[in-house]
Ligand binder design. Sequence first.
Ligand SMILES: [Zn+2]
Length: 49
Amino acid sequence: MAPLPKHRHSTQRKGKRMKTRLINFPKLVKCGNCGKLMLPHKLCGYCKK
Ligand SMILES: [Zn+2]
């Protein structure tokens, strides 16, 4: 049997979860070479620098 939640989570609880998700979302930074938005500590997808 698959585990099912015993009680429905409140909207407040859902909102709290979404809030932490937004905080954990990776921040986009501008590439120093071409100025396009990219993930920090990653290669730029446009100029590969
Ligand atoms: Zn770039």
